[in-house]
Design a protein around this ligand. Structure first.
Ligand SMILES: Cc1cc2nc3c(=O)[nH]c(=O)nc-3n(C[C@H](O)[C@H](O)[C@H](O)COP(=O)(O)OP(=O)(O)OC[C@H]3O[C@@H](n4cnc5c(N)ncnc54)[C@H](O)[C@@H]3O)c2cc1C
Length: 406
């Protein structure tokens, strides 16, 4: 495929036109959700009406059948105006739902699609207090009991915990005879307004975060939570390599997260450009000072390079045999974009001087928001370790034991 042509075919992306129509209102409301620490329900409703929640769901399940590349273009546009809303878009199109649409049974797809299309942002539940970067050290278990699985454990920093209706929970699957089968994905539906309140599922606490303030980051507890066997996401390699399959699906969310950070940086760059031309000091517009010109040139290059890498990764999902973005491309793009975006937004804030530090401009919010992306969805360090392994064509196990065994 011709990556260049695909990346620049944004003009043929009707989803992007719909997003552009919503953007000004989203930009106006962004400060409100941040100050009030409120989930942006109004934006979600408008996204759902515009067919952008679940745009990547195949048409036969009621979605738009958009590609990950088209979706990434929409995510960038959303992130320029409201980081929080862009995160919802990613998880309603590129996260757990894309795993279900690829690996799920028809019954699972028919069940989950309408929930997302109506406005749900599914939660993906991997991280535990003692299993962060070392995700495979998770201790949440799912024990088989007849035609059910019984889940016990705890997940923390779960985006949307308490708001999301669908949950894809990663747990160690254990057979009735005690045999450990591997890590699997278990679908849990919660909708208290409709009386769907599974026994043994609870939100234990919500974090107070520095940015992305309208999004709950929650600790979820599972105490003998029953999950029917038909809600197990059976991936192609079965439980044995289930974690690898599930993480393969997660590559789409990684590209989405990187794209949000790039979109925030692109938005900050636009603000900086405006201010450089507007603000005068020493009797001249700031834009005439070479020190600032070089800053803006570096910022522009960082955003452009990030966009190319991210959209290349998103587009790789369309290549023959790939259902999700290529792991190496997704890791490289997210690590690069997340680090560069922090620098770009920081420089944009600097260009505004004191005004950037205050809340009349959105820079201080964007700065707090963008800081997250080198952490959530795989830290920059862990992603670079993956990239190094691919570049050097070596295994990069991180445990002492694995090195000793090599
Ligand atoms: C806002 C936000 C939203 C999140 N949403 C979700 C979610 O929806 N679902 C979910 O499951 N999780 C979520 N997470 C959790 C996230 O995936 C983890 O924070 C992340 O994987 C890192 O784990 P940790 O925080 O425990 O850090 P640790 O793993 O304890 O790492 C601490 C530091 O050490 C570094 N480090 C660790 N191991 C290595 C190594 N081998 N080599 C080099 N450096 C290393 C890390 O890069 C990091 O800088 C979210 C996190 C945040 C902040």
């Amino acid at each position: 495929m011709n990556v260049q042509n695909d990346i620049f075919s944004a003009t043929q992306n009707s989803y992007l036109d719909r997003m552009r129509a919503l953007s000004p209102a989203f930009a106006e409301r962004a400060g409100h959700w941040d100050r009030e620490r409120q989930y942006p329900w109004q934006n979600v409703q408008e996204l759902a009406q515009a067919g952008l929640m679940g745009m990547t769901i195949p048409e036969r399940f009621g979605g738009g059948g958009a590609t990950f590349l088209q979706c990434a273009q929409v995510v960038e546009e959303a992130a320029r105006s409201c980081t929080l809303t862009a995160r919802i878009l990613v998880e309603a199109n590129m996260g757990g739902i894309s795993a279900v649409m690829t690996y799920g049974t028809d019954a699972q797809r028919e069940f989950t699609a309408p929930i997302v299309l109506a406005g749900d942002k599914p939660a993906i539940c991997i991280t535990e207090p003692d299993a962060g970067s070392a995700a495979t050290e998770m201790t949440t278990t799912a024990r088989k009991k007849g035609d059910h699985w019984i889940l016990n454990g705890c997940k923390h920093w779960i985006t949307g915990g308490g708001v999301s209706k669908l949950h894809l929970i990663f747990a160690r699957a254990i057979d009735e005879d005690g045999t450990e089968l591997g890590i699997g994905g278990f679908l849990v539906h919660v909708d208290k307004e409709k009386g769907i309140d599974p026994k043994g599922f609870s939100v234990a606490r919500v974090e107070r975060t520095m940015g992305l303030c309208g999004m709950p980051e929650a600790e979820l507890h599972f105490a003998d939570l029953e999950v029917a066997d038909n809600m197990v996401l059976r991936t192609p390699s079965g439980f044995k390599r289930g974690f690898a399959d599930l993480m393969n699906a997660y590559n789409s969310q990684r590209v989405g997260a990187g794209t949000i950070s790039m979109g925030v940086a692109a938005g900050a760059l636009e603000h900086a450009k405006r201010y450089l031309l507007e603000r005068h000091q020493f009797g001249r517009p700031l834009a005439e000072f070479q020190g600032l010109q070089w800053m803006i040139a570096d910022m522009d290059a960082a955003v452009h390079a990030s966009r190319l890498m991210l959209f290349e990764a998103a587009g790789s999902a369309e290549w023959e045999g790939n259902r999700f973005p290529d792991m190496m491309m997704a890791a490289r793009a997210k690590a690069f974009a997340s680090e560069q975006s922090i620098k770009v937004v920081n420089d944009a804030l600097q260009i505004f001087g004191a005004r950037g530090y205050g809340n009349e401009e959105p820079l201080e919010r964007m700065y707090r928001d963008v800081r997250m992306f080198t952490i959530g969805g795989g830290t920059a360090q862990i992603l670079k370790t993956q990239v190094a392994g691919a570049v050097l064509n070596i295994r990069t196990p991180q445990t002492r034991g694995a090195y000793l065994a090599d």
